[in-house]
Design a protein around this ligand. Structure first.
Ligand SMILES: [Zn+2]
Length: 142
């Protein structure tokens, strides 16, 4: 599945991720599905990581609920979530895989491992607890 993200939203994610270093930053992504199934992200939510950790994140449940209501009010589809990896590469950790319970979701990871070379990737994760399959999605920044 292809994902489209606007440059301005990429920049907002990047700023939010940088502002939260050394902790992971997190949020939600929403938008519209194009006829060919491509997911066009038209709204990125920058939310609080209530774990305040450099290797975990939990989205504030109140902010999560408010974001879902905002998506409904604006006719947007919830696509999944995003979080940053301040010190590690842009790929799901073992814990990320374990917590990825929604095979329809897009999981985005913004790595700040190399300060001058941020990396954003989108993933599809499926399978049961014992064995999760991770696939990198095609991501286009426009
Ligand atoms: Zn992670």
């Amino acid at each position: 599945m292809k994902i489209i993200l606007r440059r301005e939203d990429y920049n907002r994610m990047y700023e939010h991720a940088k502002a939260n270093v050394p902790e992971e930053a997190c949020g939600l992504i929403a938008g519209k599905e194009l006829e060919d199934g491509t997911r066009k992200i038209t709204k990125v939510y920058l939310l609080e990581n209530i774990d305040h950790s450099n290797e975990h994140f939990s989205i504030d449940p109140k902010e999560h609920l408010a974001a879902i209501k905002n998506m409904r009010a604006n006719g947007l589809l919830p696509f999944g979530n995003w979080h940053s990896h301040p010190e590690t590469p842009s790929r799901p950790s073992e814990e990320d895989k374990r917590l990825a319970n929604d095979s329809r979701a897009t999981y985005m990871i913004f790595s700040l491992e190399h300060e001058d070379e941020p990396v954003l990737n989108a993933f599809h994760i499926e399978g049961n607890d014992g064995e999760r399959t991770v696939r990198k999605e095609e991501l286009e920044i426009i």
